[in-house]
Ligand binder design. Sequence first.
Ligand SMILES: [Zn+2]
Length: 87
Amino acid sequence: MSGSIAGAQKIAARKAGVAFEVYTDALKRGHKWCWRCRTFHDEHVFGRDRTRYDGRGSSCLQARRTAKVSGVSLLAKALGVGRGIRP
Ligand SMILES: [Zn+2]
């Protein structure tokens, strides 16, 4: 199954905008690309995601949390909550 993993890594590297060699080298060192932060992080800061080929989420937990918070504030804006805080 290593062929399909390499294929997925090639696609991931292309999406990240980094060379495949750079990408796989980072993976070897236990790093993983975070598409939200647009950088590599230690693998352990990513949450588990069984649906992914490597069993890890595509972005770090911190970025996910931030996205969730901003998503809530966007919803709050849509509902008119907090109107007047920003000019
Ligand atoms: Zn991140």
